[in-house]
Write a protein that binds this ligand. Structure first.
Ligand code: AMP
Ligand code: ZN
Length: 112
């Protein structure tokens, strides 16, 4: 399968890894949209949020690591956002599910 994020998990494509657990990997977005912009992915290949919802353990692991990274990066007190772009109409470009963790600046609502 030709999946960029599976290649990052396998170490075939380099990434700035922030932290890793048995079931998840967190790494910095290559095109950051905020001072803190980290992607959190499950190590199993699932294409999107709907598919991740069918794997509750993986979903919980992604959520737990996003919260842990937010704390480690120091954005938990000021506030942060966790986003799953789902489908090309919502801006999804990589079809290995990933949570965007964004923080370190003011975040408008609603998002664009
Ligand atoms: P999305 O558009 O929601 O699918 O998010 C995909 C994200 O992956 C974008 O924010 C990209 O900047 C990011 N991205 C693409 N390639 C890489 C890479 N090699 N390493 C880190 N982040 C990447
Ligand atoms: Zn994948």
């Amino acid at each position: 399968m030709d999946c960029l994020f599976c290649k990052i998990i396998l170490g075939e494509v380099p990434a700035q890894v922030v932290s890793e657990t048995e079931h998840t990997l967190a790494f910095r977005d290559i095109n950051p949209q905020a001072p803190v912009h980290v992607l959190v992915i499950p190590k199993i290949h699932v294409p999107n949020f709907a598919a991740l919802a069918e794997h509750p353990e993986a979903l919980a692991a992604v959520a737990a690591q996003a919260a842990a990274v937010a704390k480690a990066e120091g954005v938990d007190a000021s506030g942060y956002r966790v986003v799953f772009n789902t489908g090309s109409g919502a801006g999804q470009t990589v079809f290995h599910v990933h949570a965007h963790l964004l923080g370190g600046r003011g975040l408008n609502w609603p998002p664009g």
